[in-house]
Ligand binder design. Structure first.
Ligand code: NI
Length: 190
């Protein structure tokens, strides 16, 4: 088990595109260790996901997991998912405004539009291919992590006028957001 330091906004590694890895690389002890480190670091930091850039590595790997997350209690659960060389495409034009935060952007949240339904193609840590549809807030989480692998932060997509600290989100914005997003989750599922 190895918890790695999470790099923060301003570190150029967050602005670089992570490169695809080969199946041989994926099977290597080094990349399997990277995946374990991502899982440990995500869990220790309480994140819903983390991408390799965020621990200073530019291989195209990210992990996602949501289980009763106190940072995002309204998110439906997502079992531990390893994304290797993921690609995403929208299924249709529907968008939803989501209030997001990021382990690499301490104490800031903001609102941005995400696709409601996406097709995700990826390998898992054993090299198996997955081709799946993800919807709702779960689709948003996948888009956030794949953005990291493309050097994009939620800041780039958010309306700066919506930026809040976590404290001010709790005070002024959380109730309305949770009410709206809970109705959305009810409608689209995840
Ligand atoms: Ni992030």
């Amino acid at each position: 088990m190895s918890i790695r330091e999470v790099v923060t906004v301003g570190d150029p590694v967050l602005r670089r595109r992570a490169r695809e890895i080969t199946r041989d690389e994926l099977a290597s002890p080094e990349v399997q260790q990277l995946i374990d480190d991502l899982i440990d670091t995500m869990r220790a930091a309480g994140g819903a996901g983390i991408a390799a850039n965020q621990i200073g590595d530019l291989r195209r790997v990210a992990v996602i997991e949501v289980q009763d997350n106190p940072r995002y209690p309204y998110k439906p659960p997502i079992p531990l998912t390893v994304l290797v060389n993921p690609t995403i495409e929208p299924v249709d034009a529907e968008l939803v405004a989501i209030n997001e935060g990021c382990l690499s952007v301490p104490d800031l949240r903001g609102e941005l539009e995400r696709h409601v339904s996406i097709r995700v193609q990826r390998l898992d840590r054993d090299g198996r291919e997955h081709d799946e549809i993800r919807r709702g807030l779960t689709a948003g989480t996948f888009q956030h992590e794949v953005d990291h692998l493309d050097g994009i932060l939620f800041l780039d997509r958010a309306d700066p006028r919506t930026f809040t600290t976590w404290e001010q989100f709790e005070r002024f914005h959380r109730a309305a957001f949770v009410e709206r997003i809970s109705a959305f989750v009810e409608r689209v599922g995840s």
